[in-house]
Design a protein around this ligand. Structure first.
Ligand SMILES: [Zn+2]
Length: 132
C-alpha cells in the first residue's frame, strides 16, 4: 500500500487542511513554500490519466478553492497547481495527487524553469499528436 493510501486510512498522521467524501488535502511534510499542500483522492488511482474523470474534475475544483484560500489567508501572491503524471514526469508516489504551491516572490523556494526547445518541427508534431 502506498503512503497516500495509508494517510487516507489514518495509518499515517497528516496536517489535514481539507477533507470531503472524495478527497483529502494536507500540508506537504517537505514543503517547497509555506502552505505547500498535497491534495489526494481517497479512492486509489495511480495518476491523473488513470483517475475517474469525475474524481479528477472534483479535485481540480477543490484545488482552486485551496489556491484561493492560500491567497486570502496566507497572503500568497500567486499559486502553482500541478500534478506529475508517471515517474518520467517526476511523480514519486503512484497515487493521484495535486500540488498546491502558494507563491510569495521569486525567492520563495520554488523555481519552475521552462527551457524552450529549439528547431521544433511543429507540423510533424501536430501530425502525430492531433486527434484523428
Ligand atoms: Zn494509493
Amino acid at each position: 500500500m502506498d503512503i497516500f493510501c495509508k494517510i487516507v486510512n489514518g495509518e499515517i498522521p497528516s496536517y489535514k487542511v481539507y477533507e470531503d467524501d472524495v478527497c483529502l488535502a494536507f500540508l506537504d511534510i517537505n514543503p517547497v513554500t509555506i502552505g505547500h499542500t498535497v491534495l489526494i483522492c481517497k479512492e486509489h488511482y495511480s495518476d491523473v490519466v488513470d483517475a475517474n474523470p469525475e474524481v479528477s474534475m472534483h479535485m481540480f475544483d477543490v484545488a482552486k478553492k485551496l489556491a484561493n484560500r492560500a491567497i486570502n489567508k496566507l497572503n500568497a501572491k500567486g499559486v502553482n497547481i500541478l500534478t506529475n503524471c508517471k515517474e518520467a514526469a517526476g511523480q514519486t508516489v503512484p497515487h493521484f495527487h495535486i500540488h498546491i504551491i502558494p507563491r510569495y516572490d521569486e525567492t520563495d523556494g520554488y523555481n519552475p524553469i521552462f527551457t524552450a526547445k529549439e528547431n521544433v518541427d511543429f507540423e510533424a508534431v501536430l501530425k502525430e499528436f492531433k486527434e484523428d
